[in-house]
Design a protein around this ligand. Structure first.
Ligand code: TRH
Length: 397
């Protein structure tokens, strides 16, 4: 892109990996696909290094994948503000930096990149200005419809996904890299990236006693203690791979991998359990059925968000698929409505298996449709749009 802007992205890590995950993905894309000079200011390098293991937690400034990564510390003395400033998730920009923005001859374009939601109201708030004299900040909402900012998608991701999914050699190499022999065709492959979850042991019970072999791949993380507890806290080590077997269920624990490699796990599995924001989007790009554990919020607003997504995603699905999906997702999000979790999980899971073919087809077309509206491109278009409006206003004066 000609005249690519210099971009600063600010990220305050609250907990988990979603905030830094989105910021890092966006930073890489702006730098590598649009030739922007990008600085990512992040206040927690310990979390960052999980996604980018080559990074060094001791360095306050470093370069990786074409991005300049800065530890966001208290002093911003002498800093020059960029042309395009992206504040991730209303993270409260430092005063010194705001002063540097105000001191520029040409006011930077400043957006607050919001959390992802499928709720209808975001269409009305997307791109709205919020004056912060002498500056103006704009709300920018990622989303699933054309009237929102869209989703983060690398230009070649779907092509790489298709190549992987149609190439048995790549898949065999992938399983080998995990230290696992290629699962046979009968085995249902499931990835499970999740928070603590009350329904886990009931779901595992169904899988243990089911008639189809299940390989469940669990990246290290918050659900792991529950998984280990289910298997009696034994070490489960065999040839360097942590795996557990009971009945028809085999669980393999995976190390947390760098961000670019997580996609392969989603592509290789038949059903993906994901959580938060970024992994949920990646599961949609994988074009496979998925089960979303939404990030729980104190005031329970996440329930409306979950429902809004279910409504949107389910619009073109037949009633049995919608029903199966709703039931399973609700249980997985702690909303079994007081019903016995064991029996509801069992019913919901069996229904899911019967509708899998239609869900699979929908997941593929859904990904294709979403791919027409991408966040990084929309952000850059918005940068240009504001530039044009401001130039026009100056001419008019
Ligand atoms: O970590 P999360 O639970 O993040 C959450 C949400 O984003 C939530 O909206 C936010 O408010 C909260 O944090 C503070 O889930 P998420 O969003 O899926 O982020 C996980 C990131 O980790 C994602 O970028 C994918 C990446 N990842 C890897 O890089 N390697 C791995 O092995 C795995 C399992 C994930």
């Amino acid at each position: 892109m000609n005249n690519s802007p210099r971009c600063d992205i600010f990220c305050n890590v609250i907990d988990n990996y979603g905030d830094v995950g989105v910021s890092w993905r966006l930073a890489r894309q702006l730098a590598n696909e649009f030739s922007c000079k990008v600085r990512l200011w992040v206040d927690d390098l310990q979390s960052f290094v999980k996604l980018c293991p080559e990074a060094d937690v001791k360095l306050t400034v470093q370069r990786n994948r074409g991005v300049e990564i800065h530890l966001w510390c208290d002093t911003f003395e002498g800093v020059c503000a960029a042309d395009f400033v992206i504040e991730a998730f209303a993270c409260n920009m430092p005063d010194v930096y705001l002063a540097a923005m105000a001191a520029r001859d040409k006011e930077p374009v400043w957006v607050n990149l919001e959390y992802l939601s499928a709720e209808a109201w975001i269409e009305g708030c997307h791109k709205l200005p919020s004056p912060k004299p002498p500056l103006t900040r704009y709300f920018f909402f990622p989303g699933f419809t054309r009237r929102t900012g869209g989703l983060l998608l690398e230009h070649d991701l779907l092509a790489r996904r298709d190549e992987f999914q149609s190439d048995t050699v790549q898949q065999a190499n992938y399983w080998k890299s995990l230290g696992i022999k290629t699962p046979d065709a009968r085995t249902l492959k499931i990835s499970m990236f999740a928070y603590e979850n009350e329904a886990l042991s009931a779901l595992f019970d169904v899988w243990v006693h089911g008639c189809q072999p299940i390989l469940c791949l669990v990246p290290e993380g918050r659900i792991l203690p529950q998984v280990l507890h289910y298997f009696g806290n034994c070490t489960g080590l065999s040839s360097g791979v942590r795996h557990y077997l009971r009945g028809n269920l085999e669980v393999v624990v995976l190390s947390f991998v760098e961000q670019e490699r997580y996609d392969e796990l989603l592509w290789a599995c038949d059903i993906n359990f994901v959580r938060g924001e970024d992994s949920c989007v990646r599961a949609q790009w994988a074009g496979k059925p998925f089960v979303w554990q939404i990030y729980p919020q104190h005031d329970a607003v996440h329930r409306d968000k979950l429902q809004a997504f279910l409504d949107l995603y389910g619009r073109r699905l037949s009633l049995p698929v919608v029903q199966a999906m709703h039931d399973l997702w609700r249980i997985w999000n702690g909303e079994s409505g007081g019903a016995n979790v064991e029996s509801s999980v069992c019913t919901a899971w069996l229904s899911t298996l019967t509708v899998r073919e239609e869900w699979n087809e929908h997941a593929t077309s859904w990904a294709l449709e979403l791919s027409k509206n991408t966040l990084a491109l929309n952000l850059l278009d918005f940068f240009q749009e504001i530039g044009r409006i401001r130039a026009f206003e100056i001419e008019e004066q």
